[in-house]
Design a protein around this ligand. Sequence first.
Ligand code: NDP
Ligand code: HEM
Length: 502
Amino acid sequence: MAKKKTTLSTAFGIPVGDDQNSLTAGQRGPVLMQDAHLLEKLAHFDRERIPERVVHAKGAGAYGVFECTADVSRYTKAKFLTKGKKTEVFARFSTVGGEKGSADAERDPRGFAVKFYTEDGNYDFVGNNTPVFFIRDPLKFPDFIHTQKRNPATNCKDPDMFWDFLSLTPESIHQVTVLFSDRGTPATFRNMNGYSSHTFVWYNAKGERFFVQYHFKTDQGIQNLTRQEAAAMRSKDPDHATRDLHDAIARGEFPSWTLEMQIMPYEEGLKYRFDIMDITKVWPHADVPPIVVGKLTLNRNPVNYFAEVEQAAFGPGNLVPGIAASPDKMLQARLFSYHDTHLHRLGPNYHLIPVNAPKGRPETSYQRDGFMRVDNGGGAGPNYWPNSFGGPAPDEKAMEPPFPVAGMANRTPYGHENDDFVQPGALFSKVMTDQDRKNLIGNIVEHLSGAQKRIQLRQCALFYKAHPDYGAGVAKGLKLPLDEVKKLAAMSQEERAKATAE
Ligand code: NDP
Ligand code: HEM
């Protein structure tokens, strides 16, 4: 059946008579200023681009549902984490360092962000497909990201920048090991896990607190691309993972993830053998076995990419009652950074954009006005609190229970006993297969070979400290003298940096 014809209009609904020929003085004459339709059309086009995300610019998203399948009320009072409850979600997956048009098959962590539209407002989970991160102090984040972007002089990606920073930042070794395994190039967004990476806090109705780590485990199974397959994919289809997610959902093959939680009583967490506020560390499963809590299923594609995916805005500070931030320094800084960047990227009323607006309950705040306040802005209701006109009132049940803090205010590094090499060593020697180790070393050698020799040596010393076979394997691939690598590995970080400075 033919679709009913709709008359084209201007942005203000005025019917347009001709959309192919500009208004000119005579057939060959100059264009007239009075062609309001042309001017409006061009002016809007001129403003089509908004700033892309400074990180995680390339991504794909979909809607779905989260179902809580376990009774976790003894750990959290979050209402959406009630057994049997289903909550609508929007998820966005992304690469990190590349621009909005970059290839999906780049070696990079993958963002794994899920917005839960709960009855207590939006809860944003903003994780990655890696259980750890490169750095653990937010002061280092802008510098780290600069090294993953383009050289300021050449505008090219630069292995010197990339490896110089990492080799001078030994706590990155765990994440570097994950990233350069084949998990650094997942086959699709459907075939990867999502981790909170940070420790968060859950608290129950009695106000008891627990430290938690989230693991969304893919039900499709982990599948990765080798570096050769990833290189071929980048040229064959730079959008392969975006396309894969869309097409799978369109076919009715709905991807799902099982949410497993690691949960540790608060006091135990403070004394745990690894610093649980250090995002470069995991909690070994043998210490804290994960428990199954729910299932996330994506079942609906967005209709308009810009409206729903590009304008989606996630914030680690959007936490609902029952869930709280831990004192992890990186997480604390992220609580600020996302809302701040959204104000820049989308404007002060970004929470009104439908994908970001709470769906489980309405916004009932006293925030008013600002650019693009496109609803009725609180109407005739009071715009201040306290008021005696029946405006929304705080409810103390929504408060996080008080928690102790202590210590001297200082710029304090993580403790020396918090060994950075044990866990990447375990990953290399106990978790990886021979084939995984071979691919890891090959992936590193290919990338690190582009850096200066002194940087290669410094980085190789870190691999050696994680495991001698790891360091020796990379040294062999790069034809570096193993004796020199060993000598550097035996030095302190300061000595090593000095010995390999320009
Ligand atoms: P386990 O043997 O219990 O678990 C190993 C974990 O490693 C599994 O979750 C597995 O994920 C994951 N894994 C396998 N290959 C890779 C890879 N190339 N990159 C990242 N993760 C991988 O061991 P432990 O809990 O004692 O941890 C040992 C090491 O495993 C850690 O030091 C850490 O590097 C890594 N790891 C640990 C996690 C944790 O939360 N404890 C989480 C992820 C990694 P899957 O089950 O999906 O195959
Ligand atoms: C996106 C900052 C660490 C996961 C972003 C954005 C900023 C940012 C500014 C862009 C947001 C936007 O424009 O919409 C930071 C800072 C960090 C940090 C300052 C450390 C101090 C992390 C970590 C993780 C993470 C550790 C994962 C565990 C993500 C994800 C996105 C993102 C998934 C994309 C969200 C989306 O899909 O829109 N980050 N980040 N970030 N970050 Fe971070």
